[in-house]
Design a protein around this ligand. Structure first.
Ligand code: PRP
Length: 181
C-alpha cells in the first residue's frame, strides 16, 4: 500500500512543525538557563524526529538519554499495559530532567514514566510533548509544555507517529484514512 493513499488530511506541515519546535526549544533554553546538569530524555520511538529537530536550537548544555516504552503495540488503541522496554543509561538523581514525548493521549504512558523517574529523586522533572490530546485522558496529567493540541477522534501518523509501526518517516503530521476491511 502506498503511503499517500492512506493520508487523509495534513494537520501540521513541515514548516509549521519547524516553526513551533523552534519556539519549544526557546522554552527549553529559558527553563534551563541556570541548570548545572540537564538530562533530556527521549521516549522512543515516537519522539525521535521531534527530539532531533528540537535539539538543533537548544543552546544550554545537556546530556541525552533514552527510554523505550510501549503500550499501543502497533495498533490504534492504547492497551493500558505500559511496558518499559529499555531503561535509561544515566543516573538522574539531583539532575534536571526533561522528558521529551511525541504525544500525551490517555496519559497512561506519561503517568507511569513520570512516577518511575520521580522515584529516582531528580532535582526537577518536566514534560515537553509535541502533541497534547486532553480529550483522550484516562488518567489526569498535564504536560509542562506542548506544541499543538489535537482532538479526540484524530489518529495521527508521520513525524514519528506510526500506524502498524510504519509511516514514522513522513516530514509532516497527518490524519489517517484507514483502509476498508
Ligand atoms: C505512543 C506515544 C506515546 C504514548 C502516548 O507510544 O509515542 O509514548 O503512546 O499514549 P498514551 O498517552 O495514551 O499513553 P507507543 O507505545 O505507540 O510507542 P512508540 O513511541 O514506539 O510509537
Amino acid at each position: 500500500m502506498k503511503i499517500n493513499n492512506l493520508i487523509d488530511k495534513i494537520l501540521f506541515d513541515q514548516n509549521t512543525l519547524e516553526k513551533r519546535i523552534k519556539e519549544l526549544s526557546e522554552w527549553v533554553n529559558e527553563q534551563y538557563k541556570d541548570s548545572k546538569e540537564l538530562i533530556i530524555i527521549g521516549l522512543l520511538k515516537g519522539s525521535l524526529p521531534f527530539l532531533a529537530q528540537l535539539i538543533k536550537t537548544v543552546e544550554v548544555d545537556f546530556i541525552m538519554d533514552f527510554m523505550i516504552t510501549s503500550s499501543y503495540e502497533g495498533t490504534e488503541k492504547s492497551s493500558g499495559n505500559v511496558k518499559i522496554v529499555l531503561d535509561l543509561a544515566n543516573n538522574i538523581e539531583n539532575k534536571d530532567v526533561l522528558i521529551v514525548e511525541d504525544i500525551v493521549d490517555t496519559a497512561r504512558t506519561m503517568t507511569k514514566v513520570h512516577s518511575i523517574l520521580k522515584s529516582r529523586n531528580p532535582k526537577s522533572l518536566k514534560v515537553l510533548t509535541l502533541l497534547n490530546k486532553p480529550s483522550g485522558r484516562v488518567v489526569e496529567f498535564e504536560p509542562d509544555k506542548f506544541g499543538f493540541e489535537i482532538q479526540k477522534n484524530e489518529f495521527v501518523v508521520g513525524f514519528g507517529f506510526d500506524w502498524q509501526e510504519k509511516m514514522r518517516q513522513l516530514p509532516y503530521i497527518a490524519t489517517l484514512k484507514l483502509p476498508k476491511k
